[in-house]
Design a protein around this ligand. Structure first.
Ligand SMILES: [Zn+2]
Length: 156
């Protein structure tokens, strides 16, 4: 095994990068590359270069601008999928009510397109959970719309 001196296993990172779609790699590069060590960033950059993706500043800025409209935001940061941490264009806002009337708590759960199907699994699980209590729960699905700011409705 040739672990690099930066402490990452480049071969493993390269294998993982190779399995990603170009869009996912580009999201990682454009938005989250600071979360990776330099060695891993180099692997990502070379994988993108192999796929003919330009990483120059102007192209990245244009890409970020386009994605900004396609993804939900939470308090000025991009929402990420609860399951895989990809940027999330979908959300499910959940509000719990005591005695079906008194609002207790609300939250929004975010999903990428690949995990959007988990919404029904999650609502079924919540429904089973609240059925034993004197609680109600209401859902609203949220989807980022290009052309509008991705900010969520402020639950209140
Ligand atoms: Zn996901």
């Amino acid at each position: 095994m040739t672990a690099s001196n930066t402490g990452i296993d480049r071969r493993r990172v390269a294998a993982m990068a190779a399995e990603q779609t170009t869009g996912d790699l580009l999201d990682t590069w454009a938005f989250f590359r600071d979360e990776f060590e330099d060695g891993a960033q180099a692997v990502l950059a070379s994988e993108l270069a192999c796929r003919g993706v330009s990483l120059d500043d102007a192209d990245l800025a244009a890409y970020r601008e386009r994605r900004r409209a396609e993804v939900l935001t939470v308090r000025d940061t991009f929402a990420r999928c609860r399951y895989c941490a990809r940027l999330a264009p979908n959300g499910l806002s959940v509000r719990f009510y005591l005695l079906l009337l008194i609002p207790i708590w609300s939250t929004t759960i975010h999903f990428c397109d690949a995990h959007e199907g988990e919404v029904s699994t999650l609502t079924a699980r919540l429904a089973r959970w609240v059925s034993n209590l004197l609680w109600g729960v209401r859902y609203a699905r949220v989807r980022a719309r290009p052309g509008q700011p991705g900010a969520l409705l402020d639950p209140g």
